[in-house]
Each structure stands twice: as structure tokens, then as C-alpha cells.
Design a protein around this ligand. Sequence first.
Ligand SMILES: C[S@@+](CC[C@H](N)C(=O)[O-])C[C@H]1O[C@@H](n2cnc3c(N)ncnc32)[C@H](O)[C@@H]1O
Length: 367
Amino acid sequence: MAEAIPSPDRSRRSIAAFDGRRPRYPGPSGTVRGVSSYALLVRPAANRVFGAEAARLLGAELGLVDRWALGDVVHDISVETIAAIEYVTFTSAADPPELLPTIAVLSSALALFVREAEGLLRPVPLPRIERFDDDLVTTQRYVGKTNEAFTKLLLNLGVAASGRLSSLLAGDRVRVLDPLCGRGTTLNQALLYGCDAFGIDADAKATAAYATFLTTWLQEKRLKHQADPSAGRRRFRLTIGRKGAADAGGRIVVDVVTGDTGDAAASFGRGSTDVVVADLPYGVQHGSRTAAGVSRRPLDLVEHALPAWRTALRPGGAVALAWNTRVLSRDDLTGALASAGFDVLETGGFAHRVDRTITRDLVVARR
Ligand SMILES: C[S@@+](CC[C@H](N)C(=O)[O-])C[C@H]1O[C@@H](n2cnc3c(N)ncnc32)[C@H](O)[C@@H]1O
């Protein structure tokens, strides 16, 4: 006997927490007076990582990216089960030119459908934004690696909050700094988007492993690149793209320093970056290195580093941080950001359990 397919109404969870606007359009199916109703399929790999949370996080990401970058064109964001598969559903009037490219960059978006009459889902091709093969972010495996789908989510929110998402989608130069870059998950995601990627980490083994990985990957992909031999022993700098290209916009800069994150502004320059994205030490695998030695308190690290991160950001730039709520409260973190001169933006709905000792959340603030 065929299994009953849950009706959309019964299986619909509204994402009101982060899409607090009153739904303007009747949903959920079909097109009503130029308003399309969409269903966004969640990437299965992301589902494995975040379990039941993937669709909820994707909906939360869509809500904020819409608010910060699209200007409130997306409505009625929900998680719905259609024929036993979870989708993020939403409505949008007309087709703003940036809607599809924006949907395409969302961290765990796999495929988009317009919902038509009688429950039919019509596929809508999504543009490809990535400049390189995505094995750039998936190949490396190591203890302490930040999950790549979550890193992408964090980067997307940082870029959207900094007002540079449309530039990123247009292929313009956007500069991303991970001041706790480890072996480069954020840097690689930034490169995939064609951004310049700056990183700093105190762990020389991590930065060396990143330099080796990236160089090998570029060679294997036969991508033109030039290392900068003048960078010095504690710095790895290279340019991807044709040497001497008249159009500097066609070239991408990677610049990674081994050192203390408090030196980020001195290393990269005042106002040198549009977005700072970092995954704070969890106090489990990684301690926070401060002047006083290795501390288990990420707050010590944040208070030590925020002035430098702020100086490295251009005015209007944004910082997006992930952290373990078991070792640092949201109030302490947002308090430190405010004391350092940042405007903390509203970002509810992202907390999720990673394992027994880690519950991860994120915060976004603007300079
Ligand atoms: C959670 S890990 C980041 C992992 C990274 N996102 C990745 O996927 O490889 C935090 C990083 O902070 C670095 N760290 C801690 N204190 C630091 C400091 N004072 N200066 C620079 N790096 C520091 C650690 O070495 C570690 O690589």
C-alpha cells in the first residue's frame, strides 16, 4: 500500500524566528498575482553533517541574506516536507535579478523548484558562481577542521552584512580575512568565490600544511599561479591568474601569515579587508593563544584580537564569528564586540549541536 504523503500544511514549519515579517502573500503553492512560490532542496551532504538542522539553518541563512543583501524580497520562509523530503520553501514577487545567483550561493542549496499547480515542482536552473572545482574545500581532512558547509554559511553572512554580496556575485574583488585560519577552510571557500584570501594563524604546522595543500592543488589543476619569493619565512603569498595580466581583477591574491592574530592589522594593513570570518577555538581541540600563554577562555582571545580585526576591516565591513556556546556566552561575546566598537546585528536561529562538548552558534557585527 502506498504510504500517505504528508500534506504540505501538516508538515510545514514556519521559520518565523528569523523571518519575523508578516507573510504578505498567500501560499504555499502556485503563482498568485506575480508572486512565485519556491521549494529549495537541501544538499544531502549538509544534511549528514547538520542532521535535522540543515534545512532550518539554510532557512535562517536565506532570511538574513535576503534582509542584508536583497532588500526583503523573500517571504514566508518555512521548512516543509514534500513527499518525505525536506525543502526550504519561500515566496518572492517578480524575479529580482539577484535572486537566483543569491540562492545559488547559499551554503547547502542543491536545487531550486517553482511550485506549480497540483503540487508540481518545476526545476529552475541556478547559475554557477564558483570559479574553481569544489574539491578545493572538500579534499582536506584533519582534526579541528571547521565544517565546510558551515564555513560557507558564515562567509555568506559576513559578505552579505558587509554589503559586498552583489560585488561577489558580479565577480568583483572582495577581500576576506580569516584571522584564525588554521589549515584554510575559509580561505579555500573565499577562493572558490574568486575573493582575495588573507589568513593568519599562530600554528606554524597549520599554515605550512595549507601552503603545501594549495600549491599542490593548483599544480594538479594546472592553474597558473606565482608564489612571491619575497614574502619571507613566516609568510606564504601567491597570486592565481596569468602573470602580468593587465586586468588585476582577473587575479586572486592568497596571503597567509604565521603569527599572532593580534598582528592581523599590522600584517595586512588598515582597512585592507571587507570581511573577517573566523571560527573561534573551541576550548577542546584548540586553546586560544594570548600574550599570557594558551588559555581555555576564548573570551581572552577575542578581547585581545578584536581591536586588530576592526582595524583590518574597512568601515562598513563585517565580522562573522562562530563559537562554542559551552565555553563562551553570547552576551560575553556580543559585549566584547560592542566594547571594541562593532554594531552587533540580529542573528537568531543558528545554534546547533556539533557533538557532546560543542554547541555552535554564530554572531555577525559591522564596523
Ligand atoms: C577552530 S580553529 C580554526 C580552524 C580553521 N577554521 C580550519 O578549518 O582549519 C582555531 C584556530 O585558532 C588558532 N589560534 C588560537 N589562538 C591564536 C592566536 N592568538 N593567534 C593566531 N591563531 C590562533 C589555532 O591555532 C587554531 O588553528
